[in-house]
Structure formats: C-alpha cells, structure tokens
Write a new protein. Structure first.
Length: 173
C-alpha cells in the first residue's frame, strides 16, 4: 500500500482491497504514500460463485499498478489461498518487477491492510445502515478515496505493523 514517488529509486507497492504490502522504517522514502484499490461486488455469491478475487484479477491489478507507478512492486501478503496459488506464484516468479513476501499464518497485526479496514469501519462505514449493495460499494469507494489522498494515514497503518525493511535499497542514481 505504501508507494514511493514516480521515478525515484527503490520499490513501490500496491494493494487491492485485500492484498497488502508493508515496509516500515523511513516513511516516506520520497513523497507521499499511495493506495491502489479495486473493490469487487459479489453478485453471484448465493449461487456458489467466487467471493474473492481470482488469481487473474490479482495479476491484472498488479499489472495495472505497475503501469501506473512505473516501478517495481513489493507485496506483503497474508495466507489467502489465491495469494499462494501456483499460477499466481508462477506469474510473480516470471516478473522481475515484483517481490512477494508472505506473512505467517494468523498474523493480522502484521498486515497493514487491517489498519485500513479499521479506519474505514471507524469513519465512512461507521453507524451506517446500507440500503443495498450499491450503497455499500459507494461508501466503500468514498472511504478508500479519502484514505488514498491522506498519505499519513497509510503511513500510520504501515508503521503500526512494526515490520522493517530488510532488503537493501538501491543507491540513488
């Protein structure tokens, strides 16, 4: 979720509504943090359809984020089955611009996206009786957009994890 600035050395990162990336230490490396999201409405959940992103949707999100950010991406993912899917691993292994790390099982305190959800629950989602799924999606997008433009909130969610960068940053060019 935290992203360096365009054209700077180092790595960038992206997150959908579920995946997260975390590095802490020297926030921000160069400019504001960024949040990239793609909420998904589950229209066919009653008929047994998929309730989360398919690996191809994560792949497409990563490709779009890479094109938007114009730089490498570091992923820190929880143990969602799609994150560990063999096809997803094969895709990541063939991309030199993606570095992926998996959190240990049952470690939500290390996942910065949990902080984002906490902020949403206390702000735009709080005390709201949603009239229909579209109302929920509109409020979710509104809340994510508000967070997107407040990099200090994203930095706080990353810092709260206590994770540190263990791979060296490339020297400035």
């Amino acid at each position: 979720m935290r992203v360096g600035c365009r054209g700077s050395p180092g790595r960038r990162a992206a997150a959908g509504a579920r995946p997260a990336r975390a590095e802490t230490g020297d926030w921000p490396a160069c400019g504001r943090s960024r949040l990239i999201y793609r909420p998904k409405r589950h229209t066919d959940h009653k008929s047994g359809g998929r309730k989360s992103f398919a690996w191809t949707e994560y792949r497409d999100l990563l490709i779009a984020a890479h094109q938007q950010l114009d730089g490498p991406i570091v992923l820190i993912w929880d143990n969602l089955n799609v994150h560990k899917d063999r096809r997803m691993r094969a895709f990541i292994d063939t991309q030199d611009w993606i570095t992926a790390y998996h959190l240990p099982p049952y470690a939500p305190d290390l996942n910065p996206v949990e902080g984002i959800w906490s902020v949403l629950r206390r702000t735009t989602q709080a005390n709201t009786a949603f009239t229909d799924p579209d109302h929920l999606i509109r409020r979710l997008r509104h809340g994510l957009r508000q967070i997107q433009y407040r990099s200090h909130i994203i930095d706080g969610c990353l810092t709260r994890t206590g994770l540190t960068l263990t791979t060296p940053r490339p020297p400035p060019q």
